[in-house]
Design a protein around this ligand. Structure first.
Ligand code: NAD
Ligand code: TYD
Length: 354
């Protein structure tokens, strides 16, 4: 049986990756390592929590001694690293927690994996350290014809993207210096079930439902490329199993939207689902002060993973958005627990006044 540690498996994307691996690969032992910060909760995984090939371990990747013990105990062949502080707005008010988890935590994990693998008989043979990153490391696009490719120079603009860029550099440096078997991917904005309602799409779904203001930063002209979270999980499966050692793969949906257009679309979809007269929810749109240093546009060229590894997105955006709204409307308890702080108690403090 192959043992794989997935970090951040109780979070949004991590929970979809854990579910996919636990159900698709019964001969893998999946260890979900997560600190259960405000963003992680085990209610995301109730459907698979009793599977025999699944183990949850609560722990913090900033704790090197804990990681040494964990790697000694489980001797994993693979690491899929998703644990991170992931919200740009929080990185603006509290950059240091991003440095700790995203940079120090990643280097701790690299050290723990390197030592455990070099101490094993087979060394690095058959091992893989997969670092999951973001397109935000490339900075902001201003020319409409431009896309981020794997060759685009890093130019991070927020404390979040700077911390992810630093972690990517460390992973590549360990691949180069110690010949560690690493692989990386940089993905565009995800959306879907279990998305924490501090990010654009789930926040808007939540606020539309509650008849609360819909805070659009600046003029709402910023552009993001959106990918359904299950398609990202499928891409992670593809890169983990088929990606070439030392390579980076950009993942995206070729699906660019201005923020304001997404908010209007959500208002239309939800007016219909909630039986409200057309045009009701869009009256909640409220333009608020722009995010400091707000990146204008992200757009991914995903041709490498599509052509070399055969991955492609499975869902059109409208279909994915419909599924997402349906999931949130059907999972009120999850949403109430997250927004009331019943899971962790953090959300309310920062977002109560929105
Ligand atoms: P998330 O914030 O929903 O989840 C992060 C998880 O990491 C949580 O379960 C949290 O408890 C855990 N965690 C945080 N600090 C930890 C620590 N010190 N030790 C152990 N666990 C810790 O994040 P997400 O949106 O699911 O993103 C997952 C990964 O994918 C991140 O690395 C992020 O940079 C990357 N990514 C996200 C997106 C996106 O649109 N959300 C896009 C591309 C890449
Ligand atoms: P977000 O979901 O925070 O993802 P990221 O900043 O990592 O792309 O934000 C997506 C876009 O939506 C971004 O341009 C900022 C904007 N935004 C708003 O206009 N209002 C909001 O309340 C939030 C959370 C985001």
């Amino acid at each position: 049986m192959k043992t794989i540690i997935i970090t951040g498996g109780a979070g949004f994307i991590g929970s979809h990756v854990v579910r996919l691996f636990v159900t698709k690969y019964p001969d893998y032992h999946i260890i979900n390592l997560d600190a259960l910060t405000y963003a992680g909760n085990l209610a995301n995984l109730t459907d698979i929590e009793n599977e025999p090939n699944y183990t949850f371990v609560r722990g913090d990747i900033t704790d090197a001694a804990f990681l040494a013990e964990l790697f000694g105990k489980y001797q994993p062949e693979g690491v899929i690293h998703l644990a991170a502080e992931s919200h740009v707005d929080r990185s603006i008010t509290d950059p240091m927690s991003f440095v700790m988890t995203n940079v120090v935590g990643t280097v701790n994990l690299l050290n723990a994996a390197k030592k455990s693998w070099l101490d094993s008989e087979s060394g690095f043979d058959g091992k893989r350290f997969y670092h999951v990153s973001t397109d935000e490391v490339y900075g902001s696009l201003h020319n409409p014809d431009e896309f981020f490719t794997e060759e685009t120079a890093y130019d991070p603009q927020s404390p979040y993207s700077a911390s992810k860029a630093a972690s990517d550099h460390f992973v590549r440096a360990y691949g180069n210096t110690y010949k560690m078997p690493v692989v990386l991917s940089n993905c565009s904005n995800n959306y879907g079930p279990n998305h924490f309602p501090e990010k654009l799409i789930p926040l808007m779904i939540h606020n539309i439902q509650q008849n609360k203001p819909l805070p659009v930063y600046g003029k709402g002209e910023n552009v993001r490329d959106w990918l359904f979270v299950v398609d990202h999980a499928r891409a992670i499966d593809t890169v983990f199993h088929k990606g070439k050692q030392g390579e980076t793969y950009n993942i995206g949906g070729f699906n660019e939207w201005k923020n304001i257009d997404i908010v209007h679309l959500l208002c239309r979809v939800m007016d219909e689902k909630l039986g409200r007269p057309a045009g009701t929810s869009s009256q909640l749109i409220t333009y608020v002060t722009d995010r400091a240093g707000h990146d204008l546009r992200y757009a991914i060229d995903a041709n490498k993973i599509m052509n070399e590894l055969g991955w492609e997105p499975s869902l059109q955006f409208e279909e994915g958005l419909n599924k997402t709204v349906d999931w949130f409307l059907a999972n009120q308890e999850w949403l109430n627990n997250v927004t009331s702080g019943a899971y962790q108690g953090y959300y309310q403090d920062m977002y109560a006044n929105r």
